[in-house]
Write a protein that binds this ligand. Sequence first.
Ligand code: HEM
Length: 147
Amino acid sequence: MDVFIQKFHSGWAYIALVLLVIAVVNAFIGFTAKKEFTAKDRKIAIFGLIGTHTQLLIGLVLYFVSDKAFSAYSQVGFGGVMHNSGLRLTAMEHPLINIIAITLITIGWSKHKKLTTSESKFKTFTIFYGLGLVLILSRIPWSLWFQ
Ligand code: HEM
C-alpha cells in the first residue's frame, strides 16, 4: 500500500506538472498575443486544476503512510525532522508549499469565472497558475524522484 501510493504520487507528478505547464504557457501566450478566451482555453485551465487537485489528494494520503512524513515526527521528534534537510523537505516544506501553491491555483480558477474580458482571464491564469508552478518546482524532492 505504502509503495503503491508512493509510486502513484511519483507517476502522477509528471501528468500534473505537464498539464500545469501547458496551462501556464497557454495563458501567457493568450495574454501577450491578446487572444480571445475560448472554451478550449477554459478546458486547458481546468485540466491544470484537476491534475494538481488529484496530486494533492494522493499527497495527503501519502503523508500519512510514508515513513518520510508524518511518522517521522514520532520517530525523531520535531527538532530531528527540522535538522535533517531530506526529512524537512518531505515532512514539512514540500507538503506545505504545495498546499499553498494549489490554493493559489484554485484562487486563480475561481477568480477567472468572475472576470469578463479575455485579457483579464489570461492574466489571472498567468499570475496564479504561474506562481503555483514556481512554488511547486521549488520544493520537489528531485533526488527521490530521479533515484
Ligand atoms: C502538484 C503538487 C505535487 C507534486 C508535483 C508532487 C510531487 C512529488 C514528487 C515528484 C515526489 C517524489 C516521489 C518519489 O519518491 O519518487 C513527492 C514526494 C512526496 N510528496 Fe508530493 N507532490 C505534490 C504535492 C504533495 C502534497 C500536497 C503532499 C502532502 C500533503 C505531498 C506529499 C509527499 C510526500 C510525503 C512525499 C515523500 C514520500 C516518500 O518518498 O515516502 N505531495 N512528491
